[in-house]
Design a protein around this ligand. Structure first.
Ligand SMILES: *[C@@H]1O[C@H](CO)[C@@H](O)[C@H](O)[C@H]1NC(C)=O
Ligand SMILES: *[C@@H]1O[C@H](CO)[C@@H](O)[C@H](O)[C@H]1NC(C)=O
Ligand SMILES: CC(=O)N[C@H]1CO[C@H](CO)[C@@H](O)[C@@H]1O
Length: 476
């Protein structure tokens, strides 16, 4: 009797083990089976790949972000994604800007083709907002304001690719119309999307300064979301193909054409067979190129989330057209001329200014604009320093360890930002670099009343002019 029971149990155990092994085996071999049968390795059966592409800036001096997004669209389109599944956010003020030497055309590399033709204008101008981005991701048509109304109406087996390029700061991604995207809100949206069960796996690529801070210590590893970012949590990302740098844009362009991390993944996608390259392989190549030959003018590409997804091929998220990839060599060891995201607009304005040889009203206006912007930036930097000194003195402020979130109380961070802007004027995309200081005030227990006093005191005599948040909107 005893023996019999033991035998039955061990038989059942063995059977169970066998079933587990078979299931594991079939899971593990699925990708290679696709290859065996010559399948495209695209999502199978009922699975659709969706994409959301976001350029978070506007203005000709930020040409590169919209150029990046247009280029990304062309890759996905060529890869076989359908327009009904690609949702594009771009302000759409570049192609026909009077400064554009090629009216109606946008390029993303010096010898590159037009990437503007055919790009869907889903969310343009004032409809490029944080709320619309979140509503689109969540597939909530009724929450969308303006724009085409297209949303990610994804099903449980679907894949989603999200690409964002713009300015950012610790914990923040900018948008042309405020308020900006705060990391905690973004993560909450991703958690909601996961809880809705309306996707299988998601891949997110983000180019922005301090973009690692959006996910570091914040993104859970069990949401089936794999992320790579242009930079770690505390460094700039870089614009490239800039005037008078190597390689330069064609004559006539006085603005940068692309961003280093962005053109790195896209030029890789343009030149590789994406049915065979894995996300991990793309990550490693992009990381190497964005490092920019170990120079100080480069950044550390990071990855976050469900890292196992990186074993899949790029084609699952970006599509692929068998045989149509160009064999353009991918040069990962060349160092690229780059400009810090935050200085790129002024750099471009100075180039334009120097080109205007004749004294003219246009030249004077441009000079005054540069002077105003520079003065406001100096004011922001000085005020933040002063407020920090006032509230924390010269104490060594505790900086959080690598791997932990920027701040725990995001409500505190947002109210610090609002208080600052109320008295000192809009932080602008440039001033976003100071959000770590505001976060540290919160982390050190500074309350809003103290912040209010310190800020009022510091900025009481500042004339905000065009940087009045009542006019340009608060960024929090
Ligand atoms: C969609 O958004 C609307 C308006 O913000 C909200 O009331 C509604 O609950 C949302 N629907 C879903 C399914 O989340
Ligand atoms: C990379 O950096 C090294 C050392 O600074 C330099 O000698 C080399 O020329 C650089 N390579 C390229 C391709 O710029
Ligand atoms: C707090 C933090 O993330 N520090 C990192 C800043 O970036 C450098 C690399 O550039 C890292 O070494 C630090 O750990």
């Amino acid at each position: 009797m005893f023996n019999m029971m033991n035998w039955t149990m061990s038989f059942q155990l063995k059977l169970l083990l066998l079933i587990v092994l078979v299931v594991q085996y079939s899971k593990a071999t699925r990708p290679s089976l696709f290859h065996l049968f010559g399948s495209t390795n695209e999502p199978q059966g009922d699975s659709t790949t969706w994409a959301v592409l976001v350029a978070g800036s506007n203005g000709y001096d930020n040409y590169r972000h919209q150029a990046d997004v247009c280029h990304a669209y062309q890759i996905l389109k060529r890869g076989g994604l359908k327009d009904e599944n690609i949702i594009v956010f771009m302000y759409d003020d570049i192609a026909n800007d009077p400064s554009n030497p090629r009216p109606g055309v946008i390029i993303n590399s010096p010898n590159g083709p037009d990437v503007y033709a055919g790009v869907p204008k889903d969310y343009t101008g004032e409809s490029v907002t944080t709320d619309n981005f979140f509503a689109v991701l969540l597939g909530n048509e009724t929450a969308v304001q303006g724009g085409s109304g297209k949303v990610v109406a994804s099903k449980p087996d679907d894949k989603i690719f999200v690409y964002f390029t713009d300015h950012g700061g610790p914990g923040i991604l900018c948008m042309p119309t405020g308020p900006f995207i705060y990391a905690n809100d973004f993560i909450k949206v991703l958690e909601t999307k996961h809880a809705m069960g309306t996707y299988d796996e998601m891949v997110i690529y983000v180019e922005a300064c301090e973009s690692g801070s959006i996910f570091e210590g914040l993104l859970p590893a069990d949401l089936n979301i794999y992320v790579t970012t242009a930079s770690n949590a505390n460094e700039s990302s870089w614009g490239t193909y800039c005037p008078d740098m190597s390689p330069p844009p064609p004559p006539g362009f006085d603005t940068c054409l692309g961003d280093l991390y962005s053109i790195s993944w896209m030029e890789d996608s343009d030149s590789e067979d994406l049915r065979h390259e894995t996300l991990e392989e793309q990550y490693l190549k992009v990381k190497m190129r964005t490092y920019n030959n170990h120079s100080s003018e480069g950044s550390h590409v990071m990855q976050y989330g469900t890292l196992g997804i990186s074993k899949e091929t790029v084609s699952v998220y970006q599509g692929s057209t068998p045989g149509s990839f160009s064999a353009k060599p991918f040069q990962s060891s060349d160092s690229m001329g780059v400009v810090n995201q935050r200085d790129a607009d002024l750099y471009s304005m100075w180039k334009r200014y120097k080109k205007l040889t004749e004294e003219s009203q246009q030249k004077e206006e441009l000079f005054n604009k540069i002077k105003e912007i520079t003065a406001h930036r100096a004011h922001l930097d000085g005020s933040v320093d002063m407020i920090k000194g006032y509230l924390l003195g010269n104490e060594l402020v505790s900086v959080r360890d690598e791997g932990s979130a920027l701040v725990d109380d995001w409500g505190c961070l947002k109210s610090m930002v609002r208080t600052f802007e109320k008295y000192c004027g809009s932080l602008t995309q440039y001033g976003m670099k100071h959000t770590r200081t505001f976060a540290n005030l919160c982390n050190n227990g500074v309350n809003n009343k103290a912040m209010d006093e310190a800020t009022k005191h510091t900025c009481s005599s500042y004339k905000m002019g065009r940087w009045n948040p009542a006019i340009v909107g608060y960024s929090a």
